[in-house]
Design a protein around this ligand. Structure first.
Ligand code: WT7
Length: 649
């Protein structure tokens, strides 16, 4: 009989007695942490992480610069790999290729140790030293994790670039980071097709000097087979040394390199994975995120490995070749923790329960959601059809900048409430304020902030851009998340989504300014504005309003965005407009465009210099809504199915 971990109590879900007993965090964890937050983290760091040298100062802050475990020395790779060698045969990574006919690969901790050392030796041969940046442009194959760990081992700073980003986007990130070496792969499989990644990588590097290391997909798992065994000593890193860089979208056209520190990141990645997913070393976690995103870094790679558990990585689309592929993987690999994004869940839900009904998935213990707000219907669908009314759904709120999850209900403690991420992780202080920096009353909407002492894995800097780092903090010196939120009378947080010009498209973070810049680079474009529109599947989609000379087509605009950024940033709709609504001071009124896209009327146009534009655009939108909606490539399968059911939207 499958274990029941959760039960309904009134309008919320609470852990069962059994789940409470299994809790690794313990029922008094919040109380313990609140008594002395710095001391709490110190205890966790001491207990969970192997240090080469202890720290002398647990938390230090000067102005906006803060640090954890000063004086302490450690190595992230050692903690994720070497220290588990007392269980050498335990599986570290399960690699599931997209083609169901291709054999699943299991990499033991000992095998991982050997490969990481060889990869580290290769990097050294290429001249990579401590503090150098290494770009990683790879699909979800074990070698991606191996090279990330190898960088961490020698103190090099990896900068992973999502494999679906375009050559232009890769080039921008390589140049900004000043990467010395690029690690890439010749090809990988997606939707049954071979994707030539090397061609993309070569295009990106055409005019830059960079050494390359190319992994052959055909030899996956055997990349280092011909090398002699070597041991590369893990570099002794200062706690505040940079662990890695990860580019993310901000509110300008240029992505920013978010910097994470070794000590704080290692500590929080380990403990968040243990507490948030109650992950134990005999268990298997499948986080479906790509390593190109922070979720993949922390919960597909470092978190589970730091905990000595098994991590499942899957190369392809979760619905390939059929919508039950992910269910098959859960069942076959006996996954205990399944962590995914609302956008994927909405896609699974569309495929219907005829698939989920056939799978018991008794191994499942915890379900997690991340990346965008999860609506109540999707939450309930996840709970019922995948969790079979047994497993808690943990809605985890966090960001590239926070490095690890920061707001969620803990398993075994709860409560679990649809649409509420709920409670800050023990030892963290979040609140909701208004634009003036004052606390808003309970239940009222405001801006989410974090107060010092800041969480250990919070951003330490923006690569080569101090000003953008400082922009994260308000005049009270608090960290501003950029999200709208409500804190209710019980202190539970409900995250409402971005309060700035960032949109989450299928959980992917996109900057409207970056897409606008891409469009504006087209000859003939006078002005371009991007706004997010709600979408049933992808949460949000970008919509473009373009003022251009005649002769440009929707396809031209889309092609330019794909070239500059990648298919994930494709506008769902492009409107060629005569005029973009603007105030007298020349500010483009995105809010008005959003209102029009939502199908609502705009009442007050008196502040505009060109009020006539509103009516014209409103009509174009209504007209378009009558026609078929354009869909991104990820949804092709569903649309085909819908078509065959005769229910095409
Ligand atoms: C933005 C950060 C953190 C891993 C993946 C995304 C949104 C994230 C939730 C959630 C509501 C969420 C926020 C945040 N977000 N998780 N559980 N509920 N919104 O990292 O790409 O840096 O995006 O994702 O808007 O600011 P990211």
């Amino acid at each position: 009989m499958a274990i029941k971990y959760v039960e309904k109590k009134g309008r919320v879900f609470v852990p069962t007695k059994k789940a409470r007993e299994l809790s690794l965090a313990g029922q008094d964890v919040y109380k313990k942490a609140a008594a002395n937050r710095v001391k709490f983290w110190e205890e966790l760091a001491r207990e969970g992480i192997d240090w080469i040298e202890p720290w002398h100062t647990a938390y230090e802050q000067k102005g906006l610069k803060f640090g954890w475990f000063k004086g302490g020395k450690l190595n992230l790779c050692y903690n994720a790999v070497d220290r588990h060698l007392d269980r050498p045969d335990k599986t570290a990574i399960v690699f599931v290729p997209e083609d169901p006919q291709e054999q699943v690969l299991r990499v033991s901790y000992f095998e991982l140790f050997k490969q990481v050392n060889k990869a580290a030796a290769l990097l050294k041969q290429k001249g990579v030293k401590k503090g150098d940046v290494v770009a990683v442009y790879m699909p979800m194959i074990p070698e991606a994790l191996v090279f990330m760990l190898a960088c961490a081992r020698i103190g090099a700073i990896h900068s992973v670039v999502f494999s679906a980003f375009s050559p232009d986007a890769l080039r921008t990130r390589i140049k900004d980071g000043g990467a010395k070496v690029l690690i890439t792969t010749n090809y990988y499989y997606r939707k049954g097709k071979k994707i030539n990644l090397l061609k993309q990588a070569n295009k990106a590097c055409r005019f830059i000097k960079i050494k390359k290391l190319i992994v052959d997909r055909k030899k996956v798992g055997k990349t280092f087979e011909k090398m002699h065994d070597v041991i590369v000593k893990p570099e002794s890193m200062e706690s505040e040394d940079t662990a890695f860089l990860l580019y993310t979208s901000g509110t300008t056209g240029k992505p920013k390199g978010v910097m994470h520190a070794v000590g704080g990141y290692t500590t929080q990645a380990y403990w968040s994975c243990r507490y948030v997913f109650n992950l134990q070393e005999n268990e298997t976690m499948w986080c479906t995120a790509d390593v190109g995103w922070i979720t993949g870094h922390t919960y597909a790679c470092y978190g589970p490995l730091l905990n000595g558990a098994t991590t499942v990585i899957y190369e392809g689309l979760p619905n390939y070749p059929k919508p039950d592929r992910y269910l098959k993987i859960i069942e076959k690999e006996e996954v205990n923790v399944f962590y995914t994004a609302p956008t994927a869940l909405r896609m699974f839900a569309l495929a219907g329960t005829e698939y989920t009904r056939k799978y018991k998935m008794d191994s499942l213990k915890i379900l997690g959601s991340v990346g965008e707000p999860i609506d109540e219907a999707t939450w309930m669908w996840f709970y019922k059809n995948i969790g079979k009314n047994r497993c808690p759904v943990i809605d985890t709120y966090w960001q590239t900048e926070t490095g690890s999850a920061v707001i969620m209900s803990l398993p075994g403690i709860g409560p679990f409430i649809p649409t509420y991420a709920a409670i800050p992780f023990p030892g963290m202080d979040f609140d909701v304020i208004n634009e003036k920096g004052k606390k808003v009353p309970a239940g009222k909407e405001g801006l989410l902030i974090q107060r010092p002492p800041f969480s250990p894995s919070l951003i330490r800097g923006v690569w080569k851009n101090e000003k953008r780092y400082k922009n994260y903090f308000d005049k009270n010196g608090d960290y501003t998340a950029g999200d709208g939120a409500i804190k209710n009378a019980k202190g539970w947080f409900r995250i409402l989504g971005r309060s700035d010009d960032i949109i989450k498209v299928a959980g992917h973070r996109m900057s409207t300014a970056e897409i606008e810049d891409a469009i504006a680079s087209l000859r003939g474009v006078v002005e371009a504005v991007i706004v997010g529109r709600e979408d049933k599947l992808r949460g949000m989609v970008p919509v473009a309003f373009v003022k251009a000379k005649a002769g440009l087509s929707e396809e031209d605009v889309i092609a330019r965005v794909v070239k500059r950024i990648g298919p994930i940033a494709k506008p769902a709709e492009v409107y060629f407009v005569e005029d973009i609504p603007k105030t007298r001071s020349g500010k483009m009124m995105r809010r008005i465009l959003k209102t029009l896209l939502a199908g609502e009327d705009v009442k007050n146009v008196s502040t505009l210099i060109n009020p006539g534009s509103v009516k014209a655009i409103g009509e174009m939108i209504k007209d378009r809504a009558k026609r078929k909606a354009r869909c991104g490539e990820d949804w092709e399968m569903i649309l085909e199915r819908e078509k065959s059911n005769g229910k095409e939207k």
